[in-house]
Design a protein around this ligand. Structure first.
Ligand code: FAD
Ligand code: FES
Length: 288
């Protein structure tokens, strides 16, 4: 069993858990993820390793409540435990001294970008962070990002905090200020449409860009084929070949289509869970 040591609700429906998982903490690197299961009949939930402490043997995850399983996860508190916490999974980020790197984070993507930005800064890069959310109330981990980056630019879609606009607007400003030849690489993590927009922008300027794909996963071992994505015309599995890929080669349209495949089942599962038709004491909320 994997114990939750602390829980912080960062913004409504977005939570940070610190979990006791010494074996994962010992081996994990920036860019990797875990798959957890709350109880024996629970769905597997892939989540990025947002932070880790090797000495304390802890892993930090940040997750958004979107459907049945993440809503159920949000009902757990410090002191509760979960059944499985498997990882580290996926290929780690490529960390080297590239020069100037721009880390672009959208919404919940701030959490996975943080350890990558920190590792790149530790490797001697100038790391310019751009983080954006829909509005002020959804901004989190600004201080952590400030520490992890050499410079941080913040934006909100509605202008309720710092600057109105999208992360792509800030990225374009930066390209114009610095010159495309002075940006070695862009790393973008966030909602798929945001990653696609960043990819379309940097393609125009020929700036190498990496995205982390959150395709739907089941086993996380390359066996089930659920996380299949097309990259450069080739079939890849996000769980073992990724989650990071060359943004300019990813077929985002296909990824979005595949992301909608289980919409009906997910909706039914959420409704069943919300109606709490089950009165057993297993904590499934009727949604097993
Ligand atoms: C490698 C990886 C890392 C991830 N890291 C994080 C993270 O750090 N924080 C976080 O909040 N989420 C992360 N996700 C997404 C997270 O796994 C899903 O939000 C979660 O599995 C949804 O489960 P659910 O049962 O609550 O929702 P469901 O009922 O399964 O789905 C509800 C909604 O979420 C969408 N959804 C379902 N699965 C995914 C998915 N895998 N990715 C994106 N959207 C999905 C569906 O299209 C649907 O609209 C990651 C996904 C992957 C593959
Ligand atoms: S999740 Fe099954 S192959 Fe990737």
């Amino acid at each position: 069993m994997y114990k939750i040591l602390s829980k912080i609700t960062l913004v409504p429906t977005l939570h940070e858990f610190v979990i006791e998982a010494p074996r994962v903490a010992k081996r994990c690197k920036a860019g990797q993820f875990i798959i957890l299961r709350i109880h024996e009949e629970g769905e597997r939930i892939p989540l990025t390793i947002a932070d880790f402490d090797r000495e304390k043997g802890t892993i930090t995850i940040v997750f958004q409540e979107v459907g049945k399983s993440t809503k159920q996860l949000a009902t757990l508190n410090a002191g509760d435990s979960m059944l499985d916490f498997v990882g580290p999974l996926g290929e780690a980020s490529h960390i080297d001294n590239y020069g100037t790197v721009v880390c672009v984070a959208g919404g919940v993507g701030i959490a996975p970008v943080f350890p990558i930005a920190r590792a790149l800064k530790e490797a001697g890069n100038e790391v310019i962070g751009i983080m954006g959310c829909r509005c002020k109330d959804l901004i989190f981990w600004e201080d952590r990002m400030k520490d992890a980056c050499t410079e941080l630019r913040v934006t909100t879609d509605d202008g309720s905090y710092v600057c109105k606009g999208f992360v792509t607007d800030k990225l374009l400003d930066l390209i114009n200020e610095r010159g495309k030849e002075n940006i070695a690489e862009v790393i973008a993590i966030g909602p798929v449409p945001m990653m696609r927009a960043v990819a379309n922008l940097t393609r125009e300027y020929g700036i190498k860009t990496i995205v982390s794909l959150n395709s739907t996963m089941v086993d996380g071992t390359g066996m089930c084929g659920c996380c299949r994505v097309t990259v450069g015309g080739e079939v890849k599995f996000a769980c073992v070949d990724g989650p990071e890929f060359d943004a300019h080669a990813v077929d985002f349209e296909e990824m979005m289509r595949r992301g909608r495949i289980y919409k009906e089942e997910e909706q039914k599962s959420l409704e069943k869970y919300t109606n709490k038709s089950c009165t057993c004491s297993c904590g499934c909320g009727g949604a097993k």
